[in-house]
Design a protein around this ligand. Sequence first.
Ligand SMILES: Cc1cc2nc3c(=O)[nH]c(=O)nc-3n(C[C@H](O)[C@H](O)[C@H](O)COP(=O)(O)OP(=O)(O)OC[C@H]3O[C@@H](n4cnc5c(N)ncnc54)[C@H](O)[C@@H]3O)c2cc1C
Length: 614
Amino acid sequence: MGLFSGRKTVYVDSDVLVIGGGMAGCGATYESRFWGRDKKVVVVEKANIERSGAVAQGLYAINCYMGMQWDENQPEDHVRYARNDLMGLVREDLGYDIARHVDATVHMFEEWGLPIMKDPKTGRYQREGKWQIMIHGESYKPIVAEAARKAATKVYNRIMVTHLLMDKTKPNRVAGAVGFNVRSGEFYVFRAKAVIVAAGGASHIFKPRSVGEGMGRTWYAPWSSASAYALPILVGAKMTQMENRIVLTRFKDGYGPVGAYFLHLKTYTENAYGKEYESTWYENTKELVGDYVDRQPVPTCLRNHAFLEEVKAGRGPIRMVTKEAFQDPHLETIGWENFLGMTVGQAVVWAAQNIDPKQTNPELTTSEPYVMGSHATCAGAWASGPEDYAPDDYQWGYNRMMTVEGLFGAGDTIGGTAHKFSSGSFAEGRIAGKAAVKYVNDLGTDEPQVSEEEYENLRKVVFQPLENYKVGSNEIVAGTVSPSYLLPLHGLQRLEKIMDEYVGGISAHYTTNEPLLTRGLELLAMLKEDLNHLGAEDLHQLQRAWELQHRVLASESVTHHTMFRTETRWPGYYYRGDHMKLDDNDWHCFTLSRYDRQSDKWEMEKAPVYHIVD
Ligand SMILES: Cc1cc2nc3c(=O)[nH]c(=O)nc-3n(C[C@H](O)[C@H](O)[C@H](O)COP(=O)(O)OP(=O)(O)OC[C@H]3O[C@@H](n4cnc5c(N)ncnc54)[C@H](O)[C@@H]3O)c2cc1C
């Protein structure tokens, strides 16, 4: 008991609590302050917002910019684009809402000092593609974080949030969150009137291609640990499209991005024998998905599908033809700079493997699947839409509020809205911040109350892995093996193996079926039992333990959703081997889930897809 009683508890009160200080969290903080001058706006971040989240290392392009000031695109065009890419299924109300606000967000970034490249002929932002503009973005995150720091009442860095707190007077209303300082070990109780979850997406759900010493090298940030999903799931918020994991075609071993190569350098791919291969798989793809294969641009998943089939046919590896473009010194510079501002590791990998893209066409690969809501994918929480645009079925309260009262989300957290990227996530954070302040104002004196019993119980639960380790380490049989506890790394590897083999990871060629999913759920249930015996040697391992807990719950959600949707909607992302075709009659809909933590049961249902834009 000494472990629990000696630990200090810090209490923090706020009007709006923002969990996660990445792109969406910074946007939420900035806008909460704008609308709530007198409000207490608190940010809690497990790293340091200066360099946290998926944009930590910088970016080379802002992937979501309409260019309405030059009539380049309109919000409706972006909705059509995202809908097409996601094989018909997006929340058009939410997507439209982001698209109509995203340009203003980008203009603010420029005002705050982000260098955006200009086309010397037109004076407009330099386009990389229809939606992308090019930036010198090494300092993108510090620039955005500065705005959030100035707007926040206080930023609490190095605190990992483990659970949300619920109101003791109203069962479906949020009242705050708890977590611990990953450096000092203090326990934090955040009491809040509104909570905005902006905790990023999820890597290390499925086994990565790089294992052992290279396991930290994933495409999505290795520290994106599914808190964005687990926190709302645990308190009963509905989730949507969690089956819609994303697989990326990237440069092999370094996960270097290919967008600038395709769009700006005009490079193209070929098989091992120097042949174009996408057209070879046209008929096969049409068989599976019908007319969706004829859409322009070809949906991301279908391009993956052709790649995967070509490799399975024995004509891999697929290579990016860089030798031609790299003869032009300007394009060569762009090619390298693209990595230096965003994925330095790819340049290092090429150097280490003697690959000079001027002389050798580098190999591409398809990544392990990731779960997230802001890229060419849309897993996440089911949120209420904008008052002026959302159909009635999508509106039950404040914009971006989940199905739990007072609980908002943005960025990777929110489902159904693909292709928001860094700028759209920040813009969505702003939308959520504005709505959260309105919610707080409307509460009046009806404020949520946290229950002391609830947070005192959680305090024991949160630090239990330290206790398990302290007791169990006396029984170590060899090396790190103890009969009494499971280390976070071992638990993570077990999770990744289950998801990989049963839920459609790389070793299963992204394929699963009902018997596999059934067994996967059984194995996940056994893993969940063992998580009660996680052992953490120190605070760093305690953080790993809670990241694992969050990943496991999100994985369970992914598995239930994948089981529920009995079709293959996104070949190239995953395949239901027992339902290989897209089925618009039965499945042109969203999948929704709700977890009940008392019974440990999941309920699944369908929700309609409304096409608001023609
Ligand atoms: C490799 C890569 C390349 C990309 N390329 C581009 C590009 O070229 N252009 C573009 O526009 N976009 C790009 N994106 C997408 C962009 O980075 C994301 O859309 C955006 O960062 C999502 O914002 P977010 O706030 O939801 O998540 P993040 O920005 O990842 O922020 C989440 C934050 O939550 C914190 N957090 C997580 N869990 C907890 C917890 N339990 N407690 C406290 N804090 C927590 C994290 O530390 C992090 O700071 C790319 C992403 C990646 C990974």
